[in-house]
Design a protein around this ligand. Structure first.
Ligand SMILES: [Zn+2]
Length: 239
């Protein structure tokens, strides 16, 4: 607990509000996607294509090229709902870099640009692992910020149809998917008040297990202590 309290809370880089745009790779001249960094010429930035090439040749990556996940090697886009309306928004998040026990998942360069960074930093990995409660979360990176993603799934009529006896009382008591989503989303203002700094969302069906309606809570590195994490899990499960 004492070591844990020394962890600084990760905060999002101010450049995250800048638009993601087409840039010219300052290394190879290729067309790339990224955010403008003030130490690069306007319209230029480090491409994902050349990160591995420049790393061993650059004294200070942050000062020269900016922050991984903010200016280059952006986290992938995922569709989510964040409020009780019909509209969808987008999170940039590298999902499930570890399993729910904190063990690194198999590398997947397409989906996990943050993976090699985490793999090469055992101290960071250990520090994040120490913030994972049992079996409800995984290590992720959102907008360049390391953290823990809590995931709590809920069965709905749609997710269980064809899997269980249609006369089963449990099945008969299930809500419709849209009812469950709406119920979860309408609780977000209260959750946001209770857990400042934690971000809540309901992801699209492509990013949940077994088709179940799921609530996500992104907890930046170092934000919550063990008791607060316990309370958060309780609050999510009660939705
Ligand atoms: Zn390049």
């Amino acid at each position: 607990m004492e070591a844990e309290s020394l962890v600084c809370v990760s905060t999002v880089h101010p450049d995250i509000v800048k638009p993601v745009r087409r840039l010219v790779c300052c290394c190879c001249g290729g067309s790339i996607t990224g955010r403008q960094f003030h130490n690069q010429d306007t319209g230029h930035g480090l491409g994902d294509c050349c990160v591995e090439f420049v790393k061993p040749r650059t004294e200070d990556m942050e000062r020269t090229y900016g922050i991984e996940g903010v200016h280059y090697l952006l986290d992938p886009l995922v569709l989510v709902r964040q409020s009780d309306g019909r509209e969808w928004s987008k999170w940039r998040i590298s999902l499930r870099l570890t399993d729910r026990c904190g063990l690194l998942n198999a590398p997947d360069p397409e989906k996990r640009p943050a993976f090699s960074r985490l793999q090469s930093d055992p101290a960071l990995l250990r520090s994040l692992q120490a913030q994972m409660p049992w079996n409800v979360s995984s290590i992720v990176r959102k907008d360049g910020v390391w953290g823990i993603l809590f995931e709590v799934p809920f069965a709905t009529v749609e997710s269980e149809t064809g899997k269980v006896d249609p006369q089963d009382p449990w099945y008969l008591s299930l809500p419709l998917q849209e009812e469950k989503s709406s119920q979860i989303l309408s609780a977000f203002p209260k959750l946001a008040n209770a857990f400042p700094g934690v971000l809540f969302a309901v992801p699209d069906r492509d990013h949940v297990e077994l088709g179940r309606t799921t609530v996500w809570a992104f907890v930046p590195h170092g934000l919550l202590d063990a008791m607060q994490r316990f309370d958060l899990i309780g609050a999510l499960r009660q939705l």
